[in-house]
Design a protein around this ligand. Structure first.
Ligand code: ZN
Length: 326
């Protein structure tokens, strides 16, 4: 291994079936900020919705592609839970909130020194609130419906299911530099360089788990954070040298990305920390209008005409309709 490091989780991206329900759930029920409204850079007929903390810190980011199609089914080679970090004394508050908001949740339970509240989003995406003493406050969104002292600070962990873990473990420890934290046989926790909540990868190993399939309500990929474009180039070489089929370096405007599939089947991305979500909007206006990459600006009118209307947390509906008189 050279000296580049995977810092922790950069973001996770999932497929959802309903953009409006998605905005309402993540900004309303969970109190995250809509930090960017853009299109799928590889398919501008679909939105790409970003949520995060108040300043869109990498590691707080949940992103979604709304697509119709079939409901996904969980299985090996998929992310079976995405953990979100909440303050240690907040579990009761969140249980009450989920009950009053009609969220589909299970009773909280202890896993080691953490309390876990499993729940499903509007599209059945499996999520967990995780409370632990290791919680550190992030940069909460003060304009949301959740009080700051209860707010989700960042992603806590991603949990991947595998029938067999040897090849995945070899990749993440020997190549990507994750350290084992806990090994309970069927459940292994690893952490990236930043350590602690936000840097956890949990592997659940179950040789008998039946295959699932992609679709809405499942995670499309997990992005891991690397410092900058130089370290990303090194990662690209390292991973390619090991025989993985890795994408070219892709410019996502807010970060640069490379993609490859880990041996168990989960799509991994390695994304740069910068330039970040403040590239084209200031902090106050994050997520308040449809942003397009330069390549799609010439066809903005066509894209906007084809997009379903979305009511944003501000009450504004996008795309903004042109005045009739023009
Ligand atoms: Zn991504």
């Amino acid at each position: 291994m050279s000296n580049e490091r995977i810092l922790g989780i950069h973001h996770m991206t999932a497929i959802t079936n309903d953009a409006q329900a998605n905005v309402d759930f993540y900004t309303g029920t969970l109190g995250l900020r809509l930090t960017k409204l853009t299109v799928n850079f590889d398919d501008p007929s679909a939105y790409h919705l970003y949520y995060g903390d108040g300043v869109a810190t990498p590691g707080s980011g949940l992103t979604f592609f709304p697509y119709q199609g079939r409901q996904g089914k969980l299985g090996p080679g998929q992310v079976i839970a995405t953990g979100l970090a909440i303050p240690a004394d907040s579990m009761g508050w969140w249980v009450d909130r989920f009950a009053s908001e009609g969220v589909d949740f299970d009773n909280p339970f202890s896993r080691g020194d953490e309390e876990v509240l499993p729940f499903r989003a509007h599209d059945n995406l499996p999520l967990e609130l995780v409370a632990s003493a290791a919680y550190t406050p992030g940069a909460p969104f003060e304009g949301g419906p959740v009080p700051i002292e209860r707010s989700i600070s960042r992603m806590h962990s991603v949990t991947i299911a595998e029938n067999y873990s040897d090849a995945t473990l070899k990749l993440v420890t020997e190549t990507l530099g994750f350290e084992p934290v806990k090994d309970e046989g069927q459940r292994i926790r690893l952490q990236a360089a930043n350590k602690g909540p936000g840097a956890y990868l949990d592997l659940v190993i179950d040789p008998a788990m039946p295959f699932g399939h992609g679709g809405f309500g499942t995670v499309h990929h997990i992005a891991w954070a690397t410092e900058d474009e130089d370290t990303q180039k090194t990662w690209h070489e390292t991973i390619q040298t090991q025989g993985y089929n890795i994408s070219p370096i892709m410019n996502r405007d807010y970060f640069k990305s490379i993609y490859f599939r880990e041996p168990g089947g989960v799509l991994f991305e390695i994304a740069t920390m910068g330039p970040g979500m403040l590239l084209d909007e200031d902090e106050a206006s994050l997520g308040t209008s449809l942003r397009l990459p330069q390549m799609y600006e010439p066809i903005r009118a066509r894209i906007e005409a084809s997009m379903p209307k979305l009511r944003l947390p501000s009450g504004v509906t996008v795309p903004v309709e042109l005045a009739e008189s023009k």
